[in-house]
Each structure stands twice: as C-alpha cells, then as structure tokens.
Design a protein around this ligand. Structure first.
Ligand SMILES: [Zn+2]
Length: 434
C-alpha cells in the first residue's frame, strides 16, 4: 500500500516536515520508501487528501480494566484521600471483575484509544478473582482491535499470600508465552506499588524475573504513603534501565538521584494526578537529573492528546512560568515514549522512517499558519491535538478509517460492554457496606 498526497511529520532525526509526500507501507507492516521513485500503481494507493500523516501515539501506562468503571458512583461519603480512593473504588472494582468484564473493558477501551490515534498501550492489569490466564483474554482484545500492547498483571500483597503468588505466576506465564512474540503483543512484570508489597514479596518477584529478563512495571511515589519506596525497590533488585515507574511525584533529591543512577523510566500521568489530587511531578527537575520521563494515562482517559496538553499546562502552572512545560511534554509524548518502547521491547515506532513499524495516523489538520520543524511542538499543543483523527494504521493495517473502527463492530462491542457493566456494578455495589 502507498499513502499518497500526505503532509508528513516524520519525527525523524532532522524532524522533517514533508509537503505532499507518498509513504510506502510494506506487507510486513514496516515503512518502505518515502517518496518512492516509481510512480505508484493506482490500485495500491490510498489518497490521504492532504491530511497530516504522523506516527501513532503511545500510552506508556494505562489500566484498561478501568473502562467499565466510568460513571460508577458508590454509596456513602466520597473518598477524600488517595488511599481512600483505592480502598473504596479501585480495589472493589478489580476484586469484582470476572473474565468477561476484563475482555469487554479491554475491547471498549482499545476502540476508544484507537479512535483518538493511540496505536500502542502498556497496560497494567488487576483482577484478583480472575487471575490465571487473564492476560490471554486481554491479548485477544488487542489482537481483535489490532493494536500493539505490552501487558502485565499487578502483583500485590493486599489480597493475601496466595493471590500474591497467583500474580507472580501469571506474569511469569505470560512473559514466557511472549518470548515467541510477533512484536504486536509483549509482556512486562507487573507490581502494584511498594506500599502493598512486602520486602520478601518484592524479592520473590525479582527472583521470578531473574531468568526471564522482563522489565518491571510498577507505581512509584503516587502519594506520600509510598515514601521510602525507591530505596526498598532498589534493595530488592526491582530497579534498572528498563523499569517503568508510573507517577514519581513524592520524591526527594536522593530518590531522584537513585532513579537516574539506575536509569529508571518515570511515566507521568497528569490527568489522573489531577483527578486524584495527589500532586504534580516536577518534569523539568526529573529531566534535568537525566530521568527518562514518558507519558501515560493511568486509565483516566484514552486520549493521549489530552495527557500531552495537560502535561504542558500543569508544568507551566506548577512553575508559575509560561516558558516551562511545552518542551517537557513534547519530549515525554513524542520522543521518550517511543524510546521507552524500543528499550523495553525492541519495537521501533514513533517515527516515519524506512524500516520503522508502520504505526501511523492521518489527522484532519489544515492549519492557517506555517508548520515547520521549528514550530512543530506549538502546532501539536495548540492545533493538531484538537483536530479529528481520521485514520489509524498499526503494523501496516488500517484499524480506524474515516473515523470508524474497521476491525471490530464498535456498536456491538458497546452494547455487550454495557450489559456486562450492569452486572459488574451490581456486584460492586453488593460488596459495599450498608
Ligand atoms: Zn496506574
């Protein structure tokens, strides 16, 4: 297939912006020639009609299982603190999930993600009463929608020793299964957060992962209740240059220096942090210290455009300085996310270059002002992020075309997910005290 008549944001080394270009997409799912010399065969072309062609977006930390909790209001007083939010809402939701809930929450969340231009998600899953084999059901949803993802199961001690071991086993099983992977589905080793994992459980996880060499995916310093986590994780052997540490808010200078020394990747989730009122990560300080900061949604929203915008705006407000924020948010969303995916998984996405994976979006963006490498970040913040995503291609295959998901029947999934939600919410409500 050759996409013709596209304005291309390459995100290559020179960050070129190409007017009216053709991009070849090979049958193997990689990008072929850009502006191929031979005239394209009309039978194999797709006319981009002057739309913007750019790499698909990446979500480096999410929880697809939260999709069916949207709008859920539990009886009693609303939780005030982050630990109360976990106890009252999220730990009730994950305990109530059955296998079908997990499957439909993943399908519905992936469709929403695809329609907003996200091609790759690093998912962090928890369903303590539907654990063994559950990552296969999430994989099934990824394959049906056609998105790329790395999956893990949230190991935690909060549900007792037996379920903690179930979590470790599910990670090990899925990591081994993904060894024969095809680059579309990968694995990481999921841990909840140090404040629900004892030192001995952390060591058991590190031991289980020793021969697998997978990367750990964990929440870190999301709230003051997780203080002291960095030194505990370091002592247990959890931290290295492939560790994904979501949040990284409540850190002292020594903690940040440790993260730098170990090369840990901090995943910033700005909208979730606002929603839970847990604080804001200091991106300039983390980046100056040499920490690789990526961007995720923490399951708050499927739209990485909104995470990018919120990241930029929050940093401006935090610093009380309008010069701050855009460069950091741009680096996290468009440079660091792709570097993190390549580092943990070996998959080259996030650029339009010959040989990279063809994960691309077409955006209905026809700006009234000049667009060049020099002002690209500003166009992303003030314009492209507001424009509709017309198409998403993952691994060379259309997932969304003309703003419709073309791989699955969206309406049928929505109806089945809504049915599933009614039963899930009843089960959650009966778990609440009168
Ligand atoms: Zn999270």
């Amino acid at each position: 297939m050759i996409l013709t008549n596209a304005r291309v944001l390459t995100f290559d080394r020179a960050n070129r912006v190409l007017a009216n270009a053709c991009v070849e997409i090979g049958a193997d799912g990689t990008i072929g020639a850009i502006n191929p010399e031979a005239p394209p065969d009309p039978a194999e072309t797709v006319d981009a009609a002057g739309r913007l062609l750019m790499p698909a977006l990446i979500n480096c930390h999410t929880h697809l299982y939260s999709t069916l909790a949207r709008g859920l209001a539990l009886p009693g007083r609303p939780p005030k603190t982050f630990p109360q939010i976990l106890r009252k809402l999220w730990w009730r939701v994950d305990s109530a999930l059955n296998e079908e809930d997990v499957y439909y929450s993943a399908l519905a969340g992936l469709i929403d993600s695809a329609k907003s231009g996200v091609g790759t998600l690093l998912d962090h899953h928890s369903s303590p009463n539907a654990c063994g084999g559950i990552l296969d059901r999430i994989e099934q949803a990824f394959r049906e929608v056609g998105l790329r993802g790395a999956l893990c199961y949230e190991t935690t001690g909060r549900n007792g020793a037996r379920k903690a071991m179930d979590g470790i086993r599910e990670n090990v099983r899925f990591i081994e299964r993904c060894r024969r992977g095809d680059g579309l589905i990968g694995a990481s080793f999921g841990l909840h957060a140090a404040f629900t994992l004892s030192d001995s459980l952390l060591r058991r996880a590190a031991e289980a992962n020793r021969s697998l060499h997978s990367c750990f995916h964990i929440h870190l310093a999301e709230h003051a209740c997780d203080r002291g986590a960095v030194s505990r994780l370091a002592a247990a052997g959890i931290l290295d240059e492939r560790t994904l540490a979501a949040h990284c808010l409540h850190l002292g200078k020594r903690d940040i220096a440790r993260l730098t020394r170990y090369g840990v990747n901090a995943i910033h989730n700005p909208q979730s942090n606002c929603n839970n009122a847990v604080g804001t990560a200091g991106l300039p300080a983390l980046m100056r210290a040499g920490v690789a900061v990526g961007l995720g949604s923490d399951g708050y929203s499927p739209r990485m455009w909104d995470e990018f915008k919120t990241a930029a705006h929050l940093q401006k407000l935090r610093a009380r300085d309008p010069r701050v924020g855009l460069a950091e948010a741009y680096a996290a969303a468009f440079l660091n996310n792709r570097a993190i995916v390549e580092k943990i998984w070996g998959v080259r996405i996030g650029r339009i270059e010959t040989g990279a994976q063809a994960d691309l979006i077409l955006v209905d963006y026809f700006p009234p002002t000049p667009l060049s490498p020099d002002n690209l970040a500003a166009h992303l913040l003030y314009g492209i992020s507001n424009a509709p995503v017309d198409s998403l291609i993952v691994n060379g295959r259309f997932v969304v075309h003309n703003r419709q998901c073309v791989t699955v029947d969206e309406r049928a999934v929505a109806e089945k997910a809504a049915q599933q939600t009614r039963s899930l919410w009843r089960r959650i409500e009966t778990s609440c005290p009168p």
